[in-house]
Write a protein that binds this ligand. Structure first.
Ligand SMILES: C[S@@+](CC[C@H](N)C(=O)[O-])C[C@H]1O[C@@H](n2cnc3c(N)ncnc32)[C@H](O)[C@@H]1O
Length: 194
């Protein structure tokens, strides 16, 4: 989360970020308190209602929107943030969400998501525990990890940090990296199951 936050204030003039899949709204609150103008999207109306109640007075705009079809122009924001939003879905849907988030970001795409221990038995234990409250897609995400999915989206992280080693990682894809946004500007079709 630290990386996502530190991206925002360093943006030129005013920092504007888009955040996909808001859920508990914590990331949107943190970014807004640091002075970013935050646009947050979620596909579930009840989530948006709850989020609006928590964020009164902060400059956060909410939109009911699908992360796979963002209704924003290319490069509409300085930074886009996907916080625990990539693991939940089939691989093709993950690729589309990453491409869309990259498409709307001028400077960087920040992805915070699970990153499990490499070694057994710790790996099986942590994946097993997280699986209890996640969807059926989690084991597939745990097997693949994020880098191959980023690569399929035409992206590559320039930095990876581990705020909670063995549990989650923050991948930052910078726009000035050559790999940023291959296929930038392409609006993908709806994700397919794999
Ligand atoms: C696992 S939570 C996201 C976690 C949250 N970003 C955080 O950091 O705590 C899942 C959220 O994603 C939303 N969501 C699921 N599919 C989505 C989609 N295709 N587009 C936008 N939001 C979606 C759900 O409504 C829910 O609010």
């Amino acid at each position: 989360m630290g990386t996502a936050q530190s991206e925002l204030p360093r943006a030129p003039r005013r920092a504007e970020g888009v955040l996909s899949s808001i859920s508990k709204v914590e990331m949107a609150l943190r970014c807004a308190r640091l002075g970013a103008e935050v646009t947050a999207i979620d596909v579930t109306e009840s989530m948006l209602r709850r989020a609006k109640e928590k964020t009164r007075g902060l400059p956060i705009r909410f939109h009911l929107m699908d992360a796979h079809r963002l209704e924003f122009d290319d490069g509409a924001f300085d930074v886009s943030v996907l916080s625990f939003a990539v693991h939940d879905g089939p691989r093709a849907a993950r690729v589309v969400a990453l491409r869309e988030a990259a498409r709307v970001a001028r400077r960087a795409l920040v992805i915070l998501d699970y990153d499990f221990p490499r070694r057994e038995p710790w790996r099986a234990m942590v994946v097993g525990l997280v699986r209890l409250y996640e969807t059926a897609y989690l084991p597939d995400f745990a097997r693949q990890g994020l880098p191959p999915v980023l690569a399929e989206a035409g992206l590559e992280a320039s930095t990876v940090s581990y705020p909670l080693p063995g549990f989650c990682a923050i991948h930052v894809v910078r726009r000035d990296e050559p790999a940023f946004g291959k296929g930038h500007g392409m609006r993908p079709e709806s994700p397919m199951s794999r």
